[in-house]
Design a protein around this ligand. Structure first.
Ligand code: MTE
Ligand code: MO
Length: 194
């Protein structure tokens, strides 16, 4: 890297983080086995429809977007300039009608992992349900077939193997949030633990 590039990269690394060019895998528990013909994505909780389910085919027919973003793990590695391809949360959520009192969403995953986020944070223009990374289909250990990407939060909020969204009026803690990770997880404010 030239010095100038190095300086601008440094400015993009949040406090206490170290850059890596690799793409480490960080998973609690086993990688779930997925059969795309059986895969379903489910919306439930406080939505007018009660419950909505879509197939992989229906998901793939949604408008496609891409997001270039940095990725910051709370264990202190950061990977810059990831290219994620998939469907923006704000496009996906058009499939349902959240009730007016909805403020929070619990993101659910195959295998039982979960993470909580405000609906407003998920509606940001860089929040994506990704099926591809840097031009290739996600590998199983990086969340194939589908993962959430929330660039403005530590990467534990970027849930892998996502298969459901639960719409809520009150906040509740997801998997790592229950075990002491910060509820918000903004890397620029070093919100690592609560
Ligand atoms: N379902 C699920 N999603 C998850 C995790 C997990 O254990 N299970 N780990 C999180 C953490 S702590 C990080 S840092 C990122 C890592 O993503 P990667 O393994 O693709 O680098 O995934 C997040 N999403
Ligand atoms: Mo992490």
């Amino acid at each position: 890297m030239r010095q100038k590039e190095k300086d601008s990269a440094t400015q993009r690394v949040p406090p206490g983080q170290v850059l890596t060019a690799k793409f480490p895998v960080l998973t609690y528990g086993p990688v779930p086995a997925v059969d795309l013909s059986q895969w379903r994505f489910t919306f439930w909780g406080l939505i007018a429809e009660g419950r909505v389910q879509i197939t992989w085919e229906q998901f793939r027919a949604l408008p496609q977007s891409q997001v270039q973003a940095d990725f910051h793990c709370v264990t202190r590695w950061s990977r810059l300039d990831n290219l994620w391809q998939g469907v923006l949360f704000r496009d996906l959520v058009k499939l349902v009608t959240p009730l007016p009192e909805v403020r929070y969403v619990m993101v659910h995953c195959l295998g039982g992992y979960s993470t909580n986020l405000p609906l407003a944070a998920l509606l940001d223009d860089d929040v994506l349900l990704a099926h591809s990374h840097d031009g290739a289909t996600l590998s199983p250990d990086h969340g194939w077939p589908l993962r959430l990407i929330v660039p403005k939060r530590y990467a534990w909020k970027s849930a892998k193997w996502v298969d459901g969204l639960e719409f809520m009026a009150q906040d509740a803690k997801g998997f790592w949030e229950r075990y002491g990770y910060h509820n918000d997880g903004d890397p620029w404010r070093e919100e690592r633990f609560s």
